[in-house]
Design a protein around this ligand. Structure first.
Ligand SMILES: C[S@@+](CC[C@H](N)C(=O)[O-])C[C@H]1O[C@@H](n2cnc3c(N)ncnc32)[C@H](O)[C@@H]1O
Ligand code: SF4
Length: 387
């Protein structure tokens, strides 16, 4: 039987298609010159080969909460951006500064948050600075023109922002929208409203699979239960749900318990990021993932490859791609400052003064944001720019 094909890339001369065989994604190229084309597209297709989709319908393949569905306008734009990035990489190697596209933009719409996490990248969560709805809409217009394919509403706690649904509904079809949340304030009504507005996925933060430890890290009793309830409401509302774990020395031995919880909760994905010494954690340079912790994370990720829940390990991906800060990522603070990523507190401009396009160009021109790994863990970078 002919499998269902999903188009990854296609032009007048060749197509790269994905299909699912025994639960895993495979790719094939249709062209007379397939072996030659395969050589040029191998980096792109290797992202998909032998990976598990998080959801499959008769005409759509959902690879991850971090990627637009295939096919979609947003996905086509992401592929174009990936191509541009490959050209840019080659140009930089030849000493020619070349621009990339900020695929993923996090907009910190509010500083406000009911929690008080020990590691929060944004240290002033008791202040109430907001980006207003018209300002965020203008940001959305600007970044969509720049080529952004994923807008992540961030905070503070985005659920306390009045009008989040209006912002989600404003995001055009060329771009997916997702949200980082602790789950606080994410009621059933809110989940239904966000889903109706077109939200693609929800990344619910979890720092421990154990209630008391999670609440300790989040600085408030009850946050764990709020997160669990939020997950249930989002799944009921038909949203894609990811449990997003910031891995640190204090939770590295809980990986299997996180996984079991993700399976119990029936979420689509379980993602891992590493703790960054920034914000409230800025002086904890030694309390980050050490090489022996990375061995544990990598062993876990390969052991759990295969489901039922997809494991998405961002540190592992970055080993191959390098850090995306200021290269594929961009962050906007509640004050309107534009940063290379949410964890690098260096503003290169402010949205109230300059077009984002100009600030993005300014970041690119520094040539600094082409790092192999997180610059906030690099003592030379910290000595030069942070201290
Ligand atoms: C700043 S929070 C804002 C959204 C929401 N309040 C939440 O907690 O999900 C976004 C994500 O950044 C993560 N984060 C906070 N501080 C961090 C740090 N120092 N290093 C890495 N990730 C961090 C949080 O755990 C959360 O998953
Ligand atoms: S990480 Fe999120 S939930 Fe925790 S204090 Fe920061 S903004 Fe609030």
């Amino acid at each position: 039987m002919t499998p269902q094909y999903y188009k990854i890339y296609g032009n007048a001369f060749f197509k790269v298609l994905a299909y699912v065989d025994n639960g895993v994604i495979k790719t094939r190229t249709t062209s007379l010159a397939a072996p030659i084309i395969d050589h040029f597209t191998k980096d792109m297709v290797n992202i998909f080969n032998d990976q598990y989709p998080i959801k499959l319908t008769s005409n759509t393949l959902y690879f991850s909460t971090w990627m637009p569905p295939i096919p979609s306008q947003a996905f086509d734009r992401l592929v174009d951006s990936q191509m541009k990035s490959m050209v840019s990489e080659t140009a930089w190697k030849l000493g020619i500064p070349a621009s990339t596209i900020p695929d993923q933009v996090t907009i910190s719409i509010t500083e406000e948050c009911p929690n008080n996490c020990i590691h929060c990248a944004l240290p002033d969560t008791k202040h109430k600075t907001n980006l207003s709805i018209p300002v965020v809409k203008d940001i959305i217009n600007q970044i969509v023109r720049l080529g952004t394919t994923q807008i992540i509403f961030d905070g503070g706690e985005p659920m306390v922002y009045e009008g989040l649904e209006e912002l989600v509904a404003y995001v055009p079809e060329q771009t997916i929208s997702t949200v980082f949340t602790s789950g606080s304030g994410l009621t059933s009504t809110k989940a239904q409203a966000l889903s109706a507005a077109g939200l693609y996925a929800v990344n619910v933060s979890l720092d421990s699979p154990h209630e008391t430890e999670h609440d300790r890290i989040r600085g408030r009793t009850g946050v764990f239960n709020e997160a669990m309830n939020a997950i249930g409401h989002c799944l009921d509302a038909g949203l894609l749900v990811d449990i997003y774990v910031v891995i640190a020395p204090h939770n590295i031995y809980d990986l299997d318990a996180f996984y079991d919880l993700a399976v119990d909760m029936k979420v689509h994905e379980l993602s891992f990021y590493e703790i960054v010494p920034t914000g409230r954690w800025i002086d904890h340079e030694k309390e980050i993932l050490l090489p022996q912790h990375r061995v544990i994370l990598d062993e876990f990720a390969s052991r759990r490859h295969g489901g039922p829940v997809k494991v998405f390990s961002i540190p592992q991906i970055m080993d191959v791609t390098g850090c995306f800060a200021g290269r594929r990522w961009l962050h906007i603070t509640p004050q309107g400052d534009v940063l290379p990523c949410a964890c690098i507190p260096i503003p290169y401009g402010n949205i109230y003064n300059d077009p984002i396009k100009d600030i993005w160009r300014r970041i690119q021109k520094t040539g600094v944001y082409r790092a192999k790994s997180c610059l906030m863990r690099d003592s030379t970078f910290r000595d030069r720019f942070i201290k």
